[in-house]
Ligand binder design. Sequence first.
Ligand SMILES: [Fe+2]
Ligand SMILES: [Fe+2]
Length: 289
Amino acid sequence: MGNDANIEQKYIKNVDNLVPRPDLAFDVLSMAHNTNCNFNELAGKIEQDPNLTANMLRLANSAYYGHMRAITSVKDIIVRLGLEAVKLLAITSASVGLMKSPQEAYNLEPGSLWYHSHASAVLSSVIAKFAKISDMGSVYTASLLHDIGKVLLNRPLQLAISNLKTKPAKKFSNLVELEFTLLQTDHAKVGKALLDKWGLPDHISDPVGNHHSPEIDESGDVESKIVYLSNFLVESVGIRSMSPENYTFNVQEFIDQNQALPNVPNFQTNMETIMSEFFTQFNETTNIF
Ligand SMILES: [Fe+2]
Ligand SMILES: [Fe+2]
């Protein structure tokens, strides 16, 4: 293996300014994991960050959560929406800032990576619900952060492309192949390395590292399969960028064209319902940031 094993370390070394660890959101996640946690302490923790608080309130008042009476405080969020929702709201609200910037090397306009990541996370949570996964928050988080490696590789990839003296002889069949040829690693591996550095558990960082590895169908854990599947589906729908109103999706056509998808419990049989729940939830939550 030699240096190869550490190539990702090179890209995450000075990452703190580019992608600062969302410390507070991670603290909130672990506090809210304990069902007996003290609500006042949890609210106090969240309120330490006015941005996080504002984002969480905006999301909690979106059409998706659909409350007659406005949610006006963090305590309100905790009491009325529950701890599971607090986890999703916190990690979503903290991730917006990490992913709103353009990623030129990937042809991603401002906001595009956020749309795509948010869509994948929402779809993951619906697939996970049907698959009866108990720790849905972790699958959601992994999906939300699955492409975070692109933020780290954007500059190096731009540089590598502009330094190419001659056009590569062969056309790359996909993005990962291009990254690997020019940078000797890819955004999935670098994303996993970052999440490991942040101290996130394997069941969150592994799905990030695996999200472009079709072989997970034989050996992978169900979380990896869901993150792989939701990224693939969201890309098939066309959510790489733009606003989400005009997407169409034909379930039968998709199944006909994609025979070798990872096998996730209750997915194929419920695909129609899963996709329609996804579209509703995505449309109701995505344009508020
Ligand atoms: Fe990716
Ligand atoms: Fe992706």
